[in-house]
Design a binder for this molecule. Structure first.
Ligand code: HAM
Length: 419
């Protein structure tokens, strides 16, 4: 028997479910342009280097989760695990590297070879934004405010904003040394990955979810105290602007985010309507070096997981928008009626009425069943006698009422009655 399931961690989206996706995309296309953002589309795959350099060699995503393959010329390509690195690759060829501002948003499929679970997919979809070229605490705060506005527009309430700072690049050394000194006391009992991380990239330990590492992560010293005054001032300005904008947040000193490009502000939006995978969106300020640019591309942005937004909307009991199905079904009895219905269908569609016309000779019963299945409000029936009289029989599928309408009036009749 053929297996109708797609590969693990991927999903089919049937037409009945698509209205939730349209709602999230429509909200993005409404809200982000209000802040001057334009939609950007980059390829679904990039040269592998774009992600390795962008996200960091030691990250979980690069080490374990990328779908990588070779093209015919032997160059390594990777399905994008996230959107930021590709956008930076594209903008590195523009004046963004000279500090000119670009404001872009994107929606699309991302790919990570993670263990599938509720809210954790191998192909998932993000809605993301990037404000590229400039750095200021106010820009970071506006970006967070835009995320809050977007969520409001999707009807989602009850999320919780976690905020932290990763410090400037120049701040890293003392903080890293403090982290290394702290973890080296217990590294023997920590997981194998953390044993590697302590020398390679000690920050990644803070992201470890293993039970044996948890206690030592919770006891981490206050990293912010190792940062420079410049970093501390930057962060307190982000916090004070958020307060002015009435955006609630909680500072979480353990929040480092799973990607290495972050500097200064990092944030995550969590929602109790989700299970273990409780982040509906995450983001922050970043710096990405690409060899083609002698300078880093800087920016701030976030991405929200669309599958997770839909889970939360469902958990909150928010209604799914009702997509109009075809309200009119044309039933044809006989060859001549089939041909006439084809012309009628074209005319009705041009006047904006969605129509399904039966295109094969089938029994009246089979056609009425099909009209019902299509969710039609009206079945318009045509046979030889109707053609002779120049009328159509219009059946209201809800109450069963049937009346004859002159053919030339059918479009006006339906227009005033379909919902
Ligand atoms: P991220 O935190 O890796 O950040 O992903 C952002 C969001 O994508 C997560 O909060 C989650 O909702 C969703 N997500 C991630 N992985 C999965 C998965 N396997 N299944 C379902 N949903 C998932 C980024 O991707 C950054 N590029 C965000 C960013 C933009 N930072 C600055 N600019």
């Amino acid at each position: 028997m053929a297996n109708s399931s797609p590969p693990p961690g991927t999903s089919d989206i049937f037409p009945e479910e698509i209205s939730s996706w349209y709602l999230l995309e429509d909200a993005a296309r409404r809200v982000f342009p209000l802040y001057g953002y334009g939609e950007f589309r980059t390829p679904v795959f990039e040269y592998t280097e774009v992600f390795k350099r962008g996200l960091g060699d030691e990250t979980e995503v690069v080490q374990k989760e990328m779908y990588t393959f070779e093209d015919k010329g032997g160059r390594s390509l990777t399905l994008r695990p996230e959107g930021t690195a590709g956008v930076m690759r594209a903008l590195s060829g523009t004046d963004a590297v000279n500090g000119n501002e670009w404001r872009v948003f994107y929606t699309g499929a991302m790919f990570r070879g993670e263990r599938p679970a509720a809210g954790r997919r191998r192909q998932f979809h993000q809605i993301g934004v990037e404000n590229v070229g400039r750095a200021a605490p106010e820009i970071d705060a506006e970006c967070i405010a835009m995320l809050a506005h977007y969520l409001e527009e999707t009807g989602i309430s009850g999320s919780h904003l976690k905020l932290n700072t990763r410090g400037a690049v120049a701040d890293r050394k003392p903080a890293e040394e403090a982290l290394r000194a702290h973890f080296s006391k217990n590294i023997d009992v920590m997981c194998e990955d953390c044993k590697n991380r302590i020398s390679k990239n000690v920050w990644r330990i803070l992201d470890c979810k293993q039970a044996q590492c948890k206690e030592h992560i919770e006891n981490t010293p206050d990293i912010v105290s190792y940062f420079s005054d410049e970093t501390k001032n930057y962060f307190s300005k982000v916090c004070s602007v958020l307060k002015e904008l009435n955006i609630d947040y909680e500072v979480d000193p353990r929040l480092v985010r799973g990607l290495d490009y972050y500097v200064h502000t990092v944030f995550e939006l969590v929602h109790p309507g989700l299970g273990a995978q409780n982040a509906i969106a995450g983001g922050g300020r970043y710096e990405i070096f690409l060899p083609e640019t002698k300078k880093p591309v800087i920016g701030v942005g976030f991405a929200a997981g669309m599958e997770r937004l839909i889970i939360v909307r469902d958990a909150l009991g928010l209604p799914k928008p009702d997509l109009k199905r075809s309200p009119v079904f044309l039933v044809a009895l006989g060859e001549a009626a089939l041909a006439s219905n084809m012309r009628l269908a074209a005319q009705l569609r041009k006047s904006g009425i969605a129509v399904i016309a039966e295109l094969e000779a089938r029994s009246m019963k089979a056609q009425m069943r099909a009209a019902d299945r299509a969710g039609a409000e009206f079945a318009v029936i045509c046979g030889d006698s109707e053609l002779q009289k120049g009328v159509l029989v219009c059946k209201n599928m809800k109450n069963g009422e049937q009346i004859e309408i002159p053919s030339e009036n059918i479009a006006d009749y339906l227009k005033t009655r379909i919902s």
